[in-house]
Write a protein that binds this ligand. Structure first.
Ligand SMILES: Nc1ncnc2c1ncn2[C@@H]1O[C@H](COP(=O)(O)OP(=O)(O)OP(=O)(O)O)[C@@H](O)[C@H]1O
Ligand SMILES: Nc1nc2c(c(=O)[nH]1)N[C@H]1C(S)=C(S)[C@@H](COP(=O)(O)O)O[C@H]1N2
Length: 181
């Protein structure tokens, strides 16, 4: 049974992009994460959304604030996962996490390879900071759904195991996997 009311589902969305944060282009990828969560979730949820540049300190402070102060059970980042010199989102994620969840990156790269031969250029990872799951996605708008469709089925059960809020999904859109007790 849910331990926490559905309205307590807060999801952090962090777009890490020098150009989107400077207003050079519109942040389509962060909005795609919000749209995807709206498609997946039938539970009420609240987005905590920020667009920041590729600065490791700033990314770390944002993840800490969303996890510890704003009580997000899940934070999804987009951008800054590649080999370019300023791509440091995985380093920031690892720096703030207590335990890493390497299966997320492995699965997203494997699934992404079905769409782009450059999938292995993403160093995207995931990890746990106290009560929060942090998942990195690449920056390209189309990568959002490609990656989330692959890993999201495991996320509600992951959050159950972390004793977080119970996420109800639209099973016609995404089927969360919860092993029977
Ligand atoms: N948040 C975003 N919103 C819209 N388009 C994006 C976003 N992030 C990336 N893109 C698009 O994907 C392309 C490649 O993504 P990439 O991660 O290399 O972003 P980027 O341009 O390096 O970001 P930055 O501004 O930090 O340099 C970009 O040139 C842009 O067209
Ligand atoms: N699903 C998916 N994964 C993807 C891509 C994509 O278009 N779709 N782009 C790749 C490319 S071209 C790069 S450079 C890396 C890193 O992207 P980032 O630096 O924007 O995070 O993600 C890779 N992973």
């Amino acid at each position: 049974m849910p331990q926490v009311s559905e309205a307590d589902i807060k999801i952090g969305i962090v777009t890490v992009s020098d150009r989107a944060s400077a207003g050079v282009y519109e942040d389509i990828s962060g909005q795609a994460i919000i749209d995807t969560m709206n498609d997946y979730l039938t539970s009420d949820w609240q987005a905590v959304y920020q667009v920041i540049p590729d600065e490791q300190d700033e990314i770390e402070q944002m993840l800490i604030s969303m996890a510890d102060d704003q009580n997000c059970c899940l934070i999804v980042t987009t951008g800054g996962t590649g080999p370019a010199k300023r791509d440091v989102t995985p380093e920031a994620t690892e720096a703030v996490c207590d335990r890493m969840m390497p299966g997320f990156g492995e699965l997203m790269r494997a699934e992404s390879l079905k769409f782009v031969p450059t999938a292995i250029l993403s160093r995207q990872t995931a990890g746990l900071r106290k009560d929060t799951l942090i998942v990195n996605l690449p920056g390209k708008p189309k990568s959002i759904r490609e990656c989330l469709d692959a890993v999201f089925p495991a996320i509600p059960y992951c959050i159950d195991l972390m004793e977080g809020p119970y996420m109800e999904c639209d099973e016609a859109v995404i089927k969360p996997f919860r092993p029977k007790k």
